[in-house]
Design a protein around this ligand. Sequence first.
Ligand SMILES: [Zn+2]
Length: 169
Amino acid sequence: MFHLIAGTVAHLLEMRSRARDGAIESYDQLLALAVRKVDEVAPLNVSKAAHEKADELRLGDLRTYCWNCTGSYRDGSPKPKRLFVWEHHKRAADIRNEVVALPKPTVEQIAAILATTRIAWILRNEDDRLGPGRKPRPDPARAYRDADIALLYRWEECRPVNCTRHRRG
Ligand SMILES: [Zn+2]
């Protein structure tokens, strides 16, 4: 799957390299979209605080909620979107920048960068502590420590989101 998306990214990079100045921004937007497709296959973690909140609300395991689930919880109860954030532990923009910075990008190299994508469900107030998402985050683990966000699982044991409500296709 990383290779499939990497192939698309390689194609976009090729077109971007031949684009006129004005068009480069459009290619950057397309690249950002392609990079977001990786969300479906990247390891998903949960912060301890988010897990406790989900428990309290009887939402069950947050790893069964995809990004599309965030606004659509049943009526009458707090919407997960207000409480939880689908957070890119390593920022999508940082991944895109690494890909764009490759001097002679190959599908293999791009796939290797895309494979470093990590997602975590965290509380909105934890996300606030991470600060504005615009600045680069060279050391995601450190950024989480500094923001006092503890993750429930080791990344090695994390799997892609397992949402039964939204079939990916
Ligand atoms: Zn879903």
